[in-house]
Write a protein that binds this ligand. Structure first.
Ligand SMILES: Cc1cc2nc3c(=O)[nH]c(=O)nc-3n(C[C@H](O)[C@H](O)[C@H](O)COP(=O)(O)OP(=O)(O)OC[C@H]3O[C@@H](n4cnc5c(N)ncnc54)[C@H](O)[C@@H]3O)c2cc1C
Length: 642
């Protein structure tokens, strides 16, 4: 649907909006490849690409709608809707037998292959099937080309608190050559402060009556900051009070009793019913939890806010003087700073895993050179290689060849470009979304299927926008903006990380990537219901809508700094993850499960020669959990020697 301001926003600008369907590059709305992003050699590649084996197949270079790319979910949705097998033909028998078949090439699936090789030896034959057009799962890599400069961005963002990782995860990173201590050098923590750039809040007119960006959050006194906000005097007083007064709002309760109350109280109720703030302040906080939890403060407990903390530094005020410990303290010790970020996020870890599994696919030897190494996708699935990664291939059926207790093989059927194939493995690890497994394995017990279906993954969007320069940000004194009432609730210029071979654009006149977050949800429902509603919205929203919203929002937030979306935007990628974070239990809505009886524990039990990995199997949305669950799954299958 066109808008009267489209021209002003630059909707007709020739930027790259290249989509990628089953490996075929599609130009959408603008020119495909030869537009203003031209210049980096790799980004002017072949226009028609038909598979991962073809020259020029390069998913990180695609823009437009990414994340769940077109073609990655249709077969799965057909299975869910019960329509898939009606339209499917019979599977071609690929006559391929593997020691291990892994479903899902996210961090967990790749780590599964890594652990299995350590156990079974480098000659073990492994096939990894992946529904998306790239490997890495959420840890996807994105590349923009502005002028002659390549800028990287990411799906999964950073290694969060690596000092808390298990020995298994720490050892894996060490084996891949990742030394997290180096990020203390690579991440320039003083860049933005040295340029007098900090945090701002954008108050939008639809929510707060007028558009106003207020800069200096956490730098200038709260009274001055909120004095500039378009809020009533009472709301301003309330904001200053909750950020500054040091009050134990639950006096007389023991620590245990306080934790119990805060565990069952949403942060919204905590603010209004316990701290007694006016309802008018709620919109300032409503979406603060979106990035980490995928729902607003109506659906996140005050204790979870306290324990998880806020990576971006806006905080959850009111909880600091309650004797709960230090904010963001998960009870073990203070988490690390949020600096463990490769320029392409956790995609570098995925790429290091692929490099160790198929060395010829990604050249180089170090955690530094992997950042700029060009992957050769044509080498991922070669018969001569013991490990093969097959993209654009959705597993649709996983069954034992006979009775699960005695079968010697598992038959895996997958769909690729509307064709079905069957391969066989002596073992199989399902490192895919656990909620899909009941559709893949009809033989499983109802109890296990129900348990696997319990968690609802969080839908979320990481949009990335390449801009010509970041002078408007500097002029306005912000490198990050919370936008509580906007379509994208947070926007920030990139993490200032330079590594040998990759230099961060540290001058405001240089091109930059802006990161924006949206998590669709519907306050008032349970968390799982909110995720379901959000997911439907995501699949129903075309790229054009995202683009218009992005242009409009950046214009409104940054216009007074001289930003012009029609002139300054060079490329947009929408990282749509309809099945994003693993579901983590929510004390506001989920019962307390007895140990060993939580749905993820019941659901992940091995089933004959099939074991289950993925971060879903740990009910925790972090990379280390994806790795730990892979390790467990491989251990569970170790009894099968042949
Ligand atoms: C936007 C975003 C940002 C994140 N940021 C961070 C972060 O900063 N730090 C952090 O630690 N974690 C982060 N996470 C959490 C992230 O989920 C985990 O860190 C980790 O990457 C999950 O890996 P996984 O392999 O378990 O799952 P996934 O990455 O989801 O991989 C599973 C793969 O299985 C594939 N698959 C599913 N079904 C099938 C099928 N039937 N056939 C074939 N393939 C199938 C999927 O396509 C997918 O590629 C983020 C997640 C998202 C969505």
């Amino acid at each position: 649907m066109k808008d009267a301001r489209d021209h002003e926003l630059g909707m007709d600008r020739q930027i790259t909006r290249r989509d990628f369907l089953n490996g075929v590059a599609l130009g959408i709305g603008g020119l495909a490849l030869s537009g203003s992003l031209g210049g980096c050699a790799r980004h002017g590649g072949a226009e028609s690409i038909d598979s991962q084996g073809s020259p020029g197949y390069d998913p990180p270079a695609a823009s437009g709608m990414r994340g769940d790319n077109l073609g990655s979910y249709e077969a799965a949705h057909g299975l869910r809707d019960g329509t898939f097998w009606q339209n499917a033909g019979t599977a071609a028998h690929a006559d391929e037998v593997y020691d291990l078949i892994v479903v899902g090439a996210g961090i967990s699936g790749l780590a599964t292959a890594h652990f299995f090789r350590k156990q079974a030896g480098a000659k073990a034959r492994i096939l990894i099937l992946e529904a998306h057009d790239d490997f890495g799962g959420h840890a996807a890599r994105k590349e923009f080309c502005v002028g002659n400069r390549m800028l990287l961005s990411y799906g999964a963002q950073s290694l969060e608190s690596p000092s808390l990782y298990s020995k298994v995860s720490k050892d894996l990173l060490a084996e891949l050559g990742v030394d997290v201590q180096k990020f203390y050098r690579y991440y320039n923590q003083s860049l933005y402060p040295s340029l007098k750039m900090g945090s701002g809040i954008f108050f939008d007119r639809e929510t707060f009556g007028e558009d106003r960006l207020v800069a200096g959050f956490g730098k200038i006194p709260h009274a001055e900051f909120f004095g500039k906000a378009p809020l009533s005097e009472r709301a301003r007083r309330d904001m200053v009070r909750v950020y500054t007064e040091k009050v134990d709002y639950l006096p007389g309760l023991t620590l245990e009793q306080k934790r119990a109350v805060l565990d069952r109280t949403s942060y919204a109720d905590f603010l209004t019913k316990i701290v007694r703030l006016s309802l008018e302040v709620l919109p300032v906080f409503q979406t603060r939890t979106h990035d980490l939890f995928g729902v607003g403060i109506d659906a996140v407990s005050a204790l979870a806010c306290f324990e998880e903390g806020d990576d971006y530094g806006y905080g959850y005020p009111g909880l600091d003087a309650m004797g709960l410990g230090a904010a963001g303290d998960r009870g073990e010790h203070k988490p690390d700073p949020y600096i463990f970020h490769f320029p392409d996020g956790n995609a570098s870890v995925a790429r290091l895993l692929v490099r160790s599994l198929i060395p010829e696919a990604i050249p180089g030897h170090t955690m530094e050179d992997v950042v700029v190494a060009q992957a050769d996708y044509s080498r991922l699935d070669r018969q001569s290689s013991p490990v093969r990664i097959r993209l654009n291939s959705t597993a649709v059926g996983v069954r034992h060849d006979g009775d699960a207790a005695s079968a010697k093989e598992v038959k895996v059927t997958y769909a690729r470009k509307r064709q079905l194939f069957e391969v066989r493995g002596r073992r199989c690890v399902l490192a895919c979304y656990n909620g899909m497994i009941p559709y893949l394995c009809p033989e499983m017990s109802t109890k296990q299927k129900e348990a696997l279906a319990y968690g609802v993954k969080t839908p979320l969007v990481y949009s990335h926008v390449a801009i010509r320069n970041w002078m408007a940000f500097q002029k306005l004194g912000v490198h990050q903006i919370a936008a509580p009432g906007c379509y994208h609730v947070y926007a920030a210029i990139d993490f200032p990380v330079s590594m040998p071979g990759y230099k961060f654009p540290s001058g405001p006149e240089e091109p930059m990537i802006v990161f924006m977050v949206r998590t669709p949800c519907q306050p008032g429902l349970t968390e799982r219901e909110q995720h379901r509603v959000g997911r439907v919205e995501l699949y129903d929203t075309p790229f054009e809508t995202f683009e218009r919203k992005i242009r409009n929002q950046l214009a409104r937030m940054l216009g007074s700094g001289g930003f012009d979306p029609a002139r300054d935007i060079e490329g947009i990628t929408v990282g749509r993850w309809a099945h994003g974070y693993a579901y983590e239990y929510n004390p506001l809505f989920d019962p307390e499960f007895a140990e060993g009886e939580a749905p993820h524990e019941v659901g992940r039990k091995p089933f004959g020669r099939i074991a289950i990995a993925n971060s879903d199997a740990g009910a925790t949305a972090y990379m280390n959990v994806a790795i730990d669950e892979a390790h467990r799954a491989v251990q569970e299958l170790s009894q099968y020697q042949s």
